[in-house]
Design a protein. Structure first.
Length: 602
């Protein structure tokens, strides 16, 4: 009986119907207040508290302290982080690809550029001509991006509407955000193309009509190390090609590493989420059922739960609303009382270590301690909103929890703080057998029981929710990472074929097989892909760390988790995408028209 859409619902009825059913005319137990633009929240809260105190009011809570607001705010902040991190990878790769493609295009059209300039075309006209290529690519990308972005937006909006249950949550195109994305993409792409374009514009006709000067021969590192005579001729050619163009090789490896790092880093978020659930609900929470009572009852009620069928252990708990004050700061939360020797609901830190409930004083989350600016040994004021009294309590321990803010006391100590003795408004039950409908019926028949939460059902709910989110996100991440890897590898191999087509065709005529020529063409890309793997792992780890820090909030912290299988999966996907690009280029090289290529001027 977890609180989810399958077992929990809210019924809305008119005030007249509720009044008639309860016999309570003019009564209410909850009120929502909208503030005027010039109102001060603190003053309104104080006035509401003074007005409702004599009627049993437990203290007004501002929007900042409302759990629903914090959950939605955190989700929006996470989306902001994701909306910054992932597009950065794509924009950087887009700029790189635009520059390399135009560099290749200009290299093959040197003669045409010379003729145009000889006929009087200005540098600006030539630059605008080639910038138009990049502009067309941007325009096509924008059209595809709008269509794909709209589909993804609707998909994710439906996902969040299903998870957060926000009424009226519908997808709407934000044209201002679209315009910003267009501007960033256009500037990045044109900036990446600018170096090649302006280099072409500055070419004089006499220089452009000449073939590019061959690379100056020099003894390379491979030969200085004495490896030149050991390696096969094909391997020497590949390594010398890489060493003669180190900047281009580095950029190619960085492009593949970016795809691998983006995929590994983003998928690590789900490893971190799984770690959070394991620590919180498998190490910390070990009860089978959690029972919520309508009001606090004496501790002797434990015997009623002990007598239930299948119950092997019972631990009582109590949660009272408090507002903690220190150094002019305050937070409203539930102060939880736990049994000192309890084994069902344990205090667990971010590393999974179990901590004892302090016999005296209060243990608070490290994030809450930061907000209140307290250390161990400090005294805080606890405003008990149910008892309408304020007590002082010493902070006896800080707990570095994954999910917070929380405050804990030993159950008897909490009773002394409240001044009403050992009471409990909840219980944790451990069952030796799975819960049955007969057990649920007996629990529902107890007049004090208002809620029953199953830990297994809650975990199933989390698994289902995360699985649904993971399926959508993982497909997108894998697709985008594959596109980056294919684009980088294919573009690099295409440039190599353009630059070395005559050389490769000559080798074929001299008797080299298609396979041997393919090794020369794709060997550089294979080496760059292999070098990109450790760099991609490093980028993935850095991205995971950045996301963990960016997602950290007062409510929870995201652990940095690096699972070998996640990085292995990301590596396999990126290498397969690179292999696919190489296969496409190999097929193109195998179909070279040798006669046509050899007739081409240098």
């Amino acid at each position: 009986m977890a609180i989810d859409e399958r077992s929990f619902g809210i019924l809305w009825a008119s005030d007249e119907l509720v009044t008639h059913a309860t016999g309570m005319h003019g009564a209410f137990n909850d009120v929502a207040i909208e503030l005027a633009t010039d109102a001060r929240e603190a003053e309104v809260i104080a006035a509401v508290d003074r007005l409702l105190t004599r009627y049993g009011g437990r203290g007004a809570i501002g929007r900042e302290d409302q759990l629903s607001n914090r959950v939605v705010t955190n989700e929006l902040e996470q989306l902001d982080v994701m909306g910054l991190a992932f597009p950065t990878f794509f924009v950087a790769v887009a700029a790189f690809l635009a520059g390399t493609v135009l560099t290749r295009l200009i290299a093959t059209e040197r003669e045409q550029i010379a003729v145009l300039k000889a006929f009087g075309y200005s540098n600006g006209a030539v630059a605008r001509h080639y910038l138009a290529y990049a502009s067309i690519a941007v325009a096509l990308g924008i059209v595809i991006g709008v269509v794909l972005g709209t589909w993804l937006g609707r998909r994710f909006t439906g996902l969040y509407a299903d998870i957060l249950r926000i009424p009226g949550l519908h997808f709407r195109l934000d044209w201002l955000a679209m315009g910003s994305a267009f501007a960033v993409l256009s500037i990045a792409t044109l900036t990446g193309a600018a170096r090649a374009v302006f280099g072409a514009a500055r070419l004089s006709p006499a220089v452009a009509l000449q073939a590019p000067a061959p690379a100056r021969y020099r003894t390379l590192l491979l030969d200085r190390l004495g490896l030149g005579s050991i390696l096969p001729a094909a391997a020497r050619m590949v390594f010398r090609g890489l060493e003669r163009r180190p900047s281009r090789a580095l950029l190619g490896a960085a492009g593949v590493a970016a795809a691998l790092g983006m995929m590994a880093g983003s998928l690590s978020l789900y490893d971190a989420s799984r770690r959070m659930i394991d620590v919180q609900f498998r190490i910390g929470h070990r009860e089978t059922l959690a029972i919520q009572l309508v009001s606090a009852v004496p501790a002797v009620s434990r015997t009623r739960f002990d007598a239930l069928p299948g119950v092997s252990r019972v631990e009582l708990t109590r949660v009272i609303p408090v507002r903690l004050h220190h150094a002019g700061r305050s937070r409203t939360l539930g102060l939880t009382g736990l049994e000192g020797a309890g084994a069902l609901h344990r205090l667990v830190d971010a590393d999974g270590r179990v901590h004892e409930v302090p016999p005296d004083g209060v243990a608070i989350s490290a994030s809450l301690a930061t907000v209140l600016d307290v250390q161990v040994g400090d005294t805080v004021s606890a405003e008990l909103l149910e008892q309408l009294v304020t007590r002082t309590v010493v902070v006896s321990a800080l707990l570095d929890e994954l999910m917070s803010p929380n405050a804990y006391m030993e159950l008897a100590a909490l009773g002394r703080l409240a001044g009403d003795g050992p009471l409990a408004n909840g219980a944790y039950l451990h069952l030796s057998t799975p819960p049955t409908e007969a057990l649920y019926a007996r629990l529902r028949a107890m007049p004090q029981v208002v809620g029953i939460t199953s830990r297994s059902a809650m975990l199933d709910h989390f698994d289902r929710m995360m699985g649904q989110n993971f399926r959508v996100t993982s497909v997108l991440v894998v697709a985008f990472a594959s596109i980056i890897a294919i684009g980088v590898v294919y573009n690099g191999a295409r440039i190599a074929l353009s630059e070395r087509g005559r050389e490769l065709a000559s080798l074929r005529v001299l008797g080299f097989t298609t396979r041997e020529v393919g090794v020369l063409l794709l060997g550089e890309q294979a080496i760059l892909a292999a070098l990109a793997v450790p760099l991609g792992w490093l980028l993935g780890w850095m991205l995971s760390g950045y996301l963990a820090l960016a997602f950290e909030s007062e409510q929870y912290q995201v652990p940095l988790v690096v699972h070998t299988q996640t990085y292995a999966w990301a590596t396999v996907v990126v290498l397969l995408a690179s292999a696919l690009a190489g296969a496409l280029m190999y097929r193109r090289a195998a179909r070279l028209d040798l006669v046509a290529v050899l007739k081409t001027r240098e």
